[in-house]
Structure formats: C-alpha cells, structure tokens
Design a protein around this ligand. Structure first.
Ligand code: KG4
Ligand code: ZN
Length: 336
C-alpha cells in the first residue's frame, strides 16, 4: 500500500478540529467546530471554557471527519495531534483523544508542533512548494520568521519581543470598539479607511534586524484614541484601523524582505491567522514580485487553526520516522 492516510486532531486554542489527509497534501476532510461565538461574550478566549467545549465536541468532529473522507479507523495509517504550544487544558483534550484512538486501533501516534502545522498548511494547495523556503508565521500567539531547511527542520530567524501580530490586531480592535476576534474586523473596516491618515511607529529592535515589537504600535493607537477622547474629538475608526494595519504590515514585509536579501530566498510563504489579512497578502505579493521571489499563502480556512495542516505536517513526520509513545503529554510552551 503506497498511500498514507493521516487522521489529524487539533485543539490547541478555540477550534475543535479533525481532518483526514492523504500523502500530506490531499485533504479528504477538514472539520472545524469553532468556539468563537462562545468566547465573544467575554472578549477573548477563556481557557476553562475552551477545554470543556473541546470535550463536548471532539468525538463528533472526529466521526464527521472520518465519515466525510469515507474511511474507517482501519484505513488510517497514523494519528497526528497537536501537542503544543497552546492552552494546556485545551491541548490535553486532543492529546488524550489521539492516544486513545491510536492505542485502540493499534496505529502509530505522531505529536505535531502547532507552528509546524501552520507552515505545512502551505503544502495543501501548492504541490510545487518544497523546502527550502522561508515562512512568516503570524497568528494570535506567534510571530516567527522561520527558515524551513527541510521537512520538519526549522531555524527561527526572528520573533516578536512582546505581542504577537494577531494579539495586537485583537487588542486594537477591542480599543476601537470592533470586538473579538479583531483581525478579520480590522481587515474589513480598514478597506474604508486611509492607511496614511495617521503615522503609527514601526518599532525596530536594536541589533536584531529580524525581530518584531508590536506593543509600541498598540500603545500608540491607544494613546491616539485617548487623545481624541480628551479633546472630545471624533476619530475615524476606519482610518485608525487602516493606519494600524499598515504599520503592522510594513513591519512584517520589511523584515521579510531583509531576510530575502540576506539569505538569497527564492520561495517565501506566510502562515497563521494573520496570513489571511488582505493588506498583508497584497503587500507581500508586491514585495516578492519585485524581487522575483515565488510567494505562497494558504486559503483563509487553512490560515486559521484547522486539523488539515496538522495532517500535512504529521505526514512528513511519519515519513521521517517520528513516533510518539503513550506517554505523550501536552506541552504548552513547546519549542519549534
Ligand atoms: O492561527 P490562529 O487561528 O490561532 C493561533 O494559533 O493563534 O490565529 C488567530 C489570530 C487572531 O489574533 C485573529 O485576530 C487573527 O489571527 N486574524 C487576522 C485575520 N484573520 C484572523 N488578523 C488580521 N487580518 C485577518 N483577516
Ligand atoms: Zn494557530
């Protein structure tokens, strides 16, 4: 039998997800049960609620993934699961479930790093894309500039020193009254605004040309809004959104292009929730085109958390011989 079928499970934050992926690139099913509506009530993810909801949903999500792929556990070659980084209680639900299924069905168990999953999301729709390439991983919890040397082999070239890019989007959205989750809402509102209306800072980190800092941009936005409120002036939500989005996008593209020059990059990918941001996609595409670099990005459904990307990463771990024991545990701060 040549084909490799992976059943993948993802529960690191607020989506309960399962997928069946064939040979790392072909998605047979991709089921996502989002808890966003539930957490919106509280303005952000409540970890305890997330864990409980994962427990309620996970069996049903896995069953749907198998059903939609028209396979049974018998047909599966391995079970892949996100074991970190993420919320410990949320991760534990997926890990315990994956261990139970793999043990019961006598299949190998493969723990997957969540960021490796985000990067692998690019393999699903781009059959041509193979390492080596560079990937900018921008999500609610992470902002990493990664050199992908081979399947499962990474160097982190740059990272955020404070807030993650998505976190900054979420905090600014809350401050200007857009609510949670902020990224998609800022993206939408910014289309009506002028990105040059207000200049927010693009903070550089001394002696670290690839590192990011977004807490300064966030504070600048908060100060701007407070200033307007003190003067009893109205501010334009759309202009603030567009100008903030431009500041973040400029910072990301600038570091990315610096790496392209220094490392002679030929292929560049983006990944993670913020990779679905329309301004970032456009700016990266233009910058890459200018330098003759191939640019890749996943469809929005594969940018935000999903299990298909975990299945893609698990396949390459499977091929490389990675197997985890029944003592696999959730690791909330797992290193790449
Ligand atoms: O990858 P993801 O689903 O979860 C993490 O692993 O963190 O990313 C979620 C993050 C949130 O901060 C959300 O606001 C942001 O991605 N996001 C966006 C967009 N869509 C989602 N940020 C900017 N523009 C978007 N269109
Ligand atoms: Zn994620």
């Amino acid at each position: 039998k040549e084909d490799v079928l992976i059943l993948a499970i993802e529960s690191s934050c607020d989506e309960t997800a399962a997928a069946v992926v064939r040979n790392g690139r072909e998605v047979k099913s991709n089921i996502i049960s989002s808890q966003i509506a539930l957490h919106t009530l509280y303005g952000g993810v409540v970890p305890e609620i997330a864990s409980r909801k994962h427990i309620e949903k996970i069996n049903q999500v896995i069953e749907s993934a198998l059903l939609e792929a028209e396979v049974t556990l018998e047909d599966i070659d391995a079970v892949g699961v996100t074991y970190g980084p993420g919320l410990v209680g949320a991760l534990l639900v997926g890990v315990a479930e994956a261990k139970a299924i793999a043990y019961g069905a006598k299949k190998p168990l493969i723990g997957v790093h969540h960021i490796e999953g985000h990067i692998a999301a690019n393999f699903i729709e781009h059959p041509k894309l193979e390492p080596p390439f560079f990937c900018l991983v921008v999500s609610g919890g992470h902002t990493h500039l990664v050199r992908v040397k081979d399947y499962g082999q990474f160097d982190i070239i740059g990272r955020t020193r404070d807030d993650a890019a998505g976190e900054a989007f979420d905090k600014v959205a809350r401050a200007i009254g857009l609510g949670y989750p902020g990224g998609p809402k800022i993206d939408k509102v910014a289309k009506e605004g002028n990105p040059k209306a207000i200049t927010f800072p693009n903070a550089h980190v001394a002696d670290a040309p690839y590192d990011f800092s977004f807490s300064g941009v966030k504070s600048a936005v908060l100060n701007y809004i407070n200033g307007c409120q003190m003067k009893e002036e109205e501010y334009s939500q759309a202009d603030v959104a567009a100008s903030f989005q431009k500041a973040v996008t400029d910072a990301l593209v600038e570091r990315a292009m610096h790496a392209v020059e220094e490392y002679h990059v030929k292929q560049f990918a983006i990944a993670g929730g913020v990779a679905s941001n329309s301004a970032l996609r456009l700016a990266m595409k233009e910058a890459c085109d200018k330098k003759g670099v191939e640019f890749y990005y996943p469809s929005p459904v594969y940018c935000t958390d999903n299990a298909a990307m975990i299945g893609a990463a698990a396949y390459y771990e499977y091929i490389n011989g990675t197997r985890h024991g029944w003592d696999l545990n959730a690791v909330p701060n797992l290193k790449l």
